[in-house]
Design a protein around this ligand. Structure first.
Ligand code: FE
Length: 380
């Protein structure tokens, strides 16, 4: 079956083509036809009415949405969140866990594995374990009761249940540098987060294979002029990939601009870090067993006011970054899927080009999602 998405503005890394058409054959993009080049006939024609067609987004760090959390322990929860993600244009996900006992993590991974075996909505590219190997002084909204030292054997037991793509941990904890090396040897992305590491400790972990910084600037050592910390390291080191929560709460607009000005185009990945209240009203919620109150869209722990994830939707993140930085969309869409795919080794995702997978999000000029295609099938 062939599908022609006609009358669309194709926005892909390095490319911005108004009045274009995209031909999809089966699960794959078969061709991109700029204005003036005749598009071929197809079994089905979808008129995009001039909307922006982008590579489907990849969210590598999120906890929940629409009243559910990835660690609820039910396949229904994982699926309902994946459905909400898809409505935001997200076609590939890394369901993210919290600092919890191993039995609860194992139960969560079983539900993700069951969903991933036959995904009805967004596709799963492995789990992101956020914690439990974090610094007790930087827990944020992670439950300090379940923090423990890095343990590659536990990661391997969990990965046997469902593939683990990313582990966020504090590199300065006992055995942290060796753990960075062990993760790299397993093909798992090591990401430094919830950390009090010095820049020296971060550099040592990087030499051992660490690749990412988890929700950059949040719950990590600040930039000081005599010790640049993980924030300074993220800005200074071109090879570190930084996760950005662009809700204008976790990062103020000026910090978003500074990050985009400082980092190479291929080392920024937008994430949502969304929690269960995403897509719902302000009110009382919980995260990993901790009470959370959401007010004006900002989720904070009731106990100490620490930010407790976001209520950010992925399409809004891109809208915010476009407004704040003024950078062309053809550059920004690199940070919504291609960079994630490159870092996780996901082949064929992140560009609208012949031969690439037909995971596509169609957005109007307000960044509202109009349609979503996964493997060439319209899902939204
Ligand atoms: Fe976190």
């Amino acid at each position: 079956m062939s599908l022609l998405i006609a009358n669309c503005r194709v926005v892909s890394p390095g490319v911005d083509l108004p009045n274009a058409a995209v031909l999809v054959e089966g699960k794959t993009i078969a061709g991109v036809f700029p204005a003036g080049r005749k598009a071929p006939a197809a079994d089905t024609v979808f008129d995009a009415a001039g909307a922006m067609l982008m590579p489907g987004f990849i969210d590598i760090h999120y906890h929940g949405a629409v009243g559910y959390d990835n660690t609820d322990g039910s396949v229904e929860a994982v699926a309902r969140i994946a459905e909400a993600k898809l409505r935001d244009g997200v076609t590939t996900i890394c369901p993210t866990t919290l600092t919890l006992p191993e039995e609860q993590l194992a139960a969560s991974l079983r539900t993700v594995a069951e969903y991933a075996a036959n995904p009805a909505f967004a596709k799963v590219a492995g789990v992101h374990l956020e914690g439990p190997y974090i610094n007790c002084t930087c827990t944020g909204a992670q439950n300090p009761a379940f923090v423990r030292p890095p343990d590659i054997a536990e990661v391997k037991r969990l990965a046997a249940i469902c593939p683990v793509a990313i582990v966020s941990f504090a590199v300065e904890e006992a055995g942290g540098i060796e753990f960075a090396r062990q993760l790299a040897a397993c093909g798992i992305v090591g990401s430094c987060g919830h950390t009090a590491a010095s820049y020296g400790q971060l550099a040592e972990a990087k030499a051992a294979g660490l690749r990412h910084l988890t929700h950059f600037c949040n719950q990590m050592t600040k930039l000081h002029h005599r010790e640049i910390g993980c924030v300074g390291g993220g800005l200074l080191d071109d090879d570190l990939v930084v996760e950005l929560i662009c809700d204008k709460i976790h990062l103020c607009p000026d910090m978003i601009r500074l990050a985009f000005k400082s980092k190479p185009a291929d080392k920024v990945v937008l994430i949502t870090d969304s929690m269960s209240a995403t897509g719902l009203e302000d009110g009382d919620y919980s995260l990993g067993g901790l009470a959370v109150v959401v007010s004006d869209g900002a989720a904070r722990l009731k106990s100490d006011g620490a930010l407790a994830g976001s209520t950010l939707q992925f399409n809004t993140a891109l809208k915010n970054v476009a407004e704040v930085t003024g950078l062309p969309l053809s550059r920004l869409v690199q940070t919504t899927s291609l960079n994630q795919a490159a870092s996780l080794g996901l082949k064929g995702l992140g560009k609208i080009e012949a031969g690439w997978t037909a995971d596509l999000a169609l957005l109007d000029e307000t960044f509202a999602v109009q349609a979503v295609f996964v493997d060439g099938q319209r899902k939204v």
